[in-house]
Design a protein around this ligand. Structure first.
Ligand SMILES: Cc1ncc(COP(=O)(O)O)c(C=O)c1O
Length: 379
């Protein structure tokens, strides 16, 4: 059997990883400034993470959601404390798309409405409703398409008001990323977020903050929207939550009532996934990683902002978009093949996406800074 060939692949086969470094099958070392699409939050193979997973593996790896699982309770308590959302409830699942799917569904169960508002440049995942609110026609199949999903322009308050005025009574939820990642590190304005919150309250629509990429400390806040002081009805999370172990979650305002069978999953919240997610929170707290994301993000921006070909830097914490005056793909390739550094791109071809682990140090950062300067000087 062959693999279903959907991924364009770099010709690199990593077999080992530690901290912010990877090694391939030829023993070549690589610096990871992308974390496999923002997944690596506490660094590869963190000793505490490894120890917790190994310990759990020796006890029990999985049983379904038909039995007590104290690890889920510990995870919810620790997540509530560190994020500041102690009074919210947690539904555990396996990925970002699944978290969004459940949030959209729960909103609709709650208010009985069926339309969803989303924004240009969005990426919310590839499952049915999640892909319908993703602004990329190439990945929306006819089976996913429906007029119930309404697109509004990013940061455009006037259009938002017009849509609510015309269809507000039918809008079940508004879904928005804390910071758009795939869209090219696009940051919402405070006014835009406040207006969304206000309109959601006025028209009884649920506000869903997709923090799958921008959450878990990446922005320097636990969730990116917390900088703006708004409180969503639901917050979705995945990626950095498990540092590579698949896990996702929905943080749910207490006004949403749970009932048996309303939501569900076979694998979500299994013992190993919880052990991984608890270890991530322990390390984030112990090593003060939100503060480190803020400091190292400031440092990187200061070091690279005046480099040739950099038009602007869009950034919060360690969620960094360097906008070049041209397509970034050659720069990315040169960083990878000539300097052994992983970085990312986005739907905006000129934006180099830089997403290192939250515990990145100055030494690793300087390797990146020096290499980027060499690459940009050569263009
Ligand atoms: C903001 C956002 N939401 C949702 C997703 C989907 O997550 P997953 O690939 O885990 O389904 C992604 C993935 O890139 C994302 O960036």
């Amino acid at each position: 059997m062959n693999l279903f060939n959907v991924y364009p692949l770099f010709n690199i086969n990593p077999v080992k990883a530690q901290g912010s470094f990877l090694w391939d099958d030829k023993g070549e070392k690589y610096l990871d400034f992308y974390g496999g699409h923002a997944v690596i939050s506490i660094g590869h193979n963190h000793p505490h993470y490894q120890a917790q997973l190994k310990e759990q593996l020796e006890k029990i790896s999985f049983y379904s959601n038909s039995v007590q699982n104290e690890l889920q309770i510990e995870l919810a308590e620790k997540l509530g404390k560190l994020s500041g959302y102690e009074d919210y409830n947690l539904f555990l699942c396996n990925s970002g798309a699944e978290a969004n799917e459940n949030a959209l569904k729960l909103a609709s169960f709650h208010n009985g409405k069926s339309k969803v508002l989303y924004f240009s440049g969005s990426f919310h995942g590839r499952t049915s409703a999640a892909v319908s609110v993703t602004d990329n026609p190439k990945i929306v199949a006819p089976v996913n398409f429906s007029e119930r999903f309404i697109k509004s322009e990013w940061n455009d308050i006037k259009q938002l008001e017009e849509i609510f005025e015309a269809q507000g009574s039918e809008i079940s939820s508004v879904i928005i990323e804390g910071i758009q990642g795939v869209g090219g590190i696009m940051i919402p304005t405070a006014e835009f977020l406040s207006k969304i919150k206000e309109l959601c309250e006025k028209y009884d629509a649920a506000l869903i903050l997709d923090e799958v990429q921008s959450g878990y400390g990446r922005s320097g806040y636990f969730f990116a929207h917390q900088e703006f002081g708004i409180e969503p009805d639901m917050i979705t999370t995945a990626k950095g939550m498990g540092n590579g172990f698949p896990i996702g979650g929905v943080l749910i305002h207490p006004k949403f009532e749970a009932s048996n069978g309303l939501l569900g999953t076979t694998f979500g919240g299994n013992h190993l996934a919880c052990a991984a997610a608890i270890a991530v929170l322990d390390v984030m707290k112990e090593e003060n990683l939100m503060a480190n994301a803020q400091q190292m993000g400031d440092y990187i921006e200061n070091e690279i902002k005046d480099f040739p070909h950099i038009k602007s830097i869009r950034r919060k914490g360690l969620m960094i978009g360097a906008e070049l005056d041209q397509d970034c793909s050659e720069v990315r390739k040169s960083l990878l093949y000539d300097h052994h550094i992983f970085t990312g791109n986005s739907n905006d071809k000129s934006v180099l996406r830089i997403l290192p682990a939250l515990n990145i140090g100055k030494e690793e950062t300087d390797l990146f800074v020096v290499a980027l300067k060499v690459v940009l000087d050569k263009i």
